[in-house]
Design a binder for this molecule. Structure first.
Ligand SMILES: O=C(O)c1ccccc1N[C@@H]1O[C@H](COP(=O)(O)O)[C@@H](O)[C@H]1O
Length: 210
C-alpha cells in the first residue's frame, strides 16, 4: 500500500503547487509564530486556494489559544489539524475537525497508552517526532525507530529528521501510514527546495513499487 506523503512548512502558493505536482498527498501550514515556517492567515488562504483537488491541507498548531485556531478555521478551509504541543484530547476535539496528535518520542513514554487517550472518530493518527529539549518540532532530528510500538491503536505518521537518504529505509522498517518532512526538503531553515521535495517523494514512493 502506498505510504502517504506530507510536506510541511509551505509558505507560498507557487511552492505549494510545485509540491502537489511532485506528488505530495498533503501540505502543512505552520501557525506557530516562533517557527521560521510560520504563515499568516492571509497567505495560508492563498496557499490552500492554489492546491489542486485531492491534495490535503494540514494546519499545524502548538499549544495555541482555541480562539486563534477558530480564527484560522473561519478563513482557511483546512482538511486536517495537527496539534504539535501538549494539547489534551478534550482540547483537540473541541473544534469538531479531523486531526493528528503529535508526540515527541522518549524512551520513558508509553506510546500506546498515550495514543489510547486520543482514540475517537476525529483523531486520524498519531504523528511521532523527535524529542529535542525546548523545541516543539521541525528540528530535523531523527529518533530511534525501534522505540515505536507495533500495536499503536491509531494510524502512525512518521516524522523527525526524514530526508531523501533515509525515508525509504524508514518506510520499510516502520511501515507507517504516512511520512511527514520539513527540514529534510529545505535548502536552509524555512526555505523549501523543489528538487529536494521531488527526490524525497521519489524515494518515499520506491517502496510501493518494490
Ligand atoms: O516545522 C516547524 O517549524 C514546526 C514547528 C513546531 C512544531 C512542529 C513543526 N514541524 C513538524 O515537525 C516534524 C518534524 O519536522 P522535521 O522534518 O524534522 O523538520 C514534522 O511533523 C513537521 O510537521
Amino acid at each position: 500500500m502506498k505510504t502517504r506523503i506530507k510536506i510541511c512548512g509551505l509558505r507560498d502558493p507557487e511552492m505549494a503547487k510545485l509540491t502537489a505536482k511532485a506528488g505530495a498527498d498533503a501540505i502543512g501550514l505552520v501557525f506557530y509564530p516562533p517557527s521560521p515556517r510560520h504563515v499568516e492567515i492571509a497567505m495560508a488562504e492563498q496557499i490552500v486556494a492554489a492546491l489542486p483537488a485531492f491534495v490535503s491541507s494540514v494546519g499545524l498548531f502548538v499549544n495555541a489559544d482555541a480562539a486563534f485556531v477558530r480564527s484560522v478555521l473561519a478563513k482557511v478551509p483546512l482538511d486536517l489539524l495537527q496539534f504539535h504541543g501538549d494539547e489534551t484530547p478534550e482540547y483537540c476535539r473541541q473544534f469538531g475537525r479531523p486531526y493528528l496528535k503529535a508526540l515527541r518520542v522518549r524512551p520513558d513514554l508509553n506510546l500506546v497508552e498515550y495514543a489510547q487517550r486520543f482514540v475517537d472518530a476525529l483523531c486520524k493518527g498519531i504523528l511521532v517526532d523527535a524529542f529535542v529539549e525546548g523545541v516543539p518540532g521541525g528540528t530535523g532530528e531523527a529518533f530511534d525507530w525501534d522505540l515505536l510500538p507495533k500495536d499503536l491503536p491509531l494510524p502512525l505518521v512518521l516524522s523527525g529528521g526524514l530526508h531523501s537518504d533515509n525515508v525509504y529505509e524508514a518506510i520499510c522498517k516502520v511501515r507507517p501510514w504516512a511520512v511527514d518532512v520539513s527540514s529534510g526538503v529545505e535548502s536552509s531553515k524555512g526555505i523549501k527546495d523543489v528538487a529536494k521535495i521531488a527526490t524525497f517523494i521519489n524515494q518515499a514512493e520506491r517502496e510501493a513499487h518494490d
